[in-house]
Design a protein around this ligand. Structure first.
Ligand SMILES: [Zn+2]
Length: 286
């Protein structure tokens, strides 16, 4: 079912994409269950994209409850090769201010007990994840921020926590001492699964607050956070339109061949049921 080459995942505050022409709304099942919501196929100046709100329209799914495998599989099944994933983040460093955007280049994983791989159950594979985000996509996005007047940071480390409660002060200080620049709850396992599915994945972080470490700052409160979420969502919607004008081209990065040497299990020993599931997203190997 080839519907779109480009997938957009909306985070907190970004549940719809206004200004695009909606072509179709698709509800589909994957071998890993249903995605967070129906997927909107929309078009802007001749380029088609598939849009999926990570938390569902109306925000009813918490970060630890998201079926990340179904979300990534659904986008892959619709033909997406590239994902631009928006996420609301807290800043752990003075230099990253609320309403700034960030393209992180590293992640520290502090999530717990989330299904983080398409493999297992009789098919073993280990993919490379040293560089968790697609640099090629980041290079496409960076100039767009300048065009839209959005302050953008790069080369930052993102810490992904379990949530849903925000950090304690001690945790926030600990993450700062590790050199992390920002914190969210949904980069993982989303980025890892996209890599396993051989998709290019670029996370676009939208800063809402200074987490809880900053002495002179109002601590994270829901009212301030929602206001910044809405402002960031407006910037994100403008950015989506710009992204569609520069993306969907032939892929020159390594993302398309991630699994080529990653599968370890001998073909005759692979669990046929798992193979059948994997065939929906990685048909060139299974
Ligand atoms: Zn790539």
């Amino acid at each position: 079912m080839e519907k779109a080459k480009v997938g957009i995942i909306g985070g907190s505050g970004l549940y719809d994409i206004e200004g695009l022409t909606i072509l179709e709304e698709i509800s589909l099942a994957t071998p890993w269950g249903p995605p967070s919501d129906s997927i909107i196929i929309a078009e802007h100046k001749g380029i088609t994209a598939a849009f999926l709100p990570r938390h569902g329209r109306g925000h009813f799914i918490l970060p630890h409850e998201v079926n990340y495998r179904a979300n990534i599989a659904a986008l892959k099944m619709l033909g997406c090769e590239e994902i631009f994933a928006f996420s609301a983040v807290g800043s752990l460093q003075e230099r990253i201010r609320p309403l700034d955007f960030v393209l992180p280049n590293q992640i520290i994983d502090r999530t717990k007990a989330r299904a983080s791989t398409f493999f297992g159950e009789g098919v073993a594979a280990h993919i490379s994840f040293a560089h968790p985000f697609c640099q090629r996509l980041q290079d496409l996005v960076a100039p767009l921020a300048q065009k839209l007047g959005i302050t953008l940071h790069r080369d930052e480390t993102l810490l992904c926590m379990e949530g849903p409660a925000f950090s304690t002060r001690a945790e926030s200080e600990l993450y700062r001492s590790w050199g992390a620049g920002l914190i969210n709850m949904s980069a993982l396992p989303e980025a890892k699964l996209a890599r396993e599915a051989e998709m290019c994945y670029c996370m676009i972080c939208m800063c809402t607050d200074y987490d809880c470490w900053k002495e002179d700052e109002q601590h994270v409160n829901v009212e301030m956070l929602i206001d910044n979420l809405n402002k960031n969502a407006r910037s994100a919607k403008n950015m989506v339109k710009e992204i569609l004008q520069v993306t969907g081209k032939a892929r020159s990065c390594e993302c398309a061949n991630t699994v080529k040497y990653a599968i370890i299990t001998a073909p005759e020993k692979q669990n046929p049921q798992t193979v059948a599931k994997l065939r929906t997203i990685l048909s060139k190997y299974f």
